[in-house]
Design a binder for this molecule. Structure first.
Ligand code: THU
Length: 135
């Protein structure tokens, strides 16, 4: 079983791989699965600025593309003052794949950790069921 400590350490370490020539703002992420695997991600930027992809989505998409569908915990790390708040797009992607009460551990530069749930990050999120329209 993956411990919270292991997951946090992976997220912190992943900042080293961030491809950030434009923002110089490294972010690392790690997500654990029911099967006991950790998938990691870092932010990846582009000369065409809007094409940047956040660390959280890189980690989640790596896992999903390997067939994973059951997630247990996520950790996100940045050199911020407060534990890094994930962007809105990443919150929506978390809401797609993670159970509402799953824990997300947010980490700042001093490695202080704030743990929140997916639902706390994005209450009243748009869900699969909402695609069912009235005739
Ligand atoms: N970024 C992340 O990777 N995750 C977040 O939650 C916030 C923002 C990245 C995107 C971009 O590469 C850089 O941080 C500055 O916005």
């Amino acid at each position: 079983m993956v411990t919270t400590d292991q997951l946090i350490k992976k997220a912190v370490k992943m900042k080293e791989n961030a491809y950030i020539p434009y923002s110089k703002f490294p972010v690392g992420a790690a997500v654990s699965t029911r099967s006991g695997i950790i998938y990691t991600g870092c932010n990846i930027e582009n000369a065409s600025y809007p094409l940047a992809c956040c660390a959280e989505r890189v980690a989640i998409f790596k896992a999903v593309s390997e067939g994973e569908r059951e997630f247990t915990d996520m950790a996100v790390s940045a050199n911020t003052m407060r534990p890094v708040p994930p962007c809105g797009a990443c919150r929506q992607v978390m809401a797609e794949f993670f159970p509402a009460h799953m824990k997300v551990h947010l980490i700042n530069k001093e490695e202080h950790v704030k743990t929140v749930t997916v639902e706390e990050l994005l209450p009243f999120s748009f869900q699969t069921e909402d695609l069912q329209v009235r005739e």
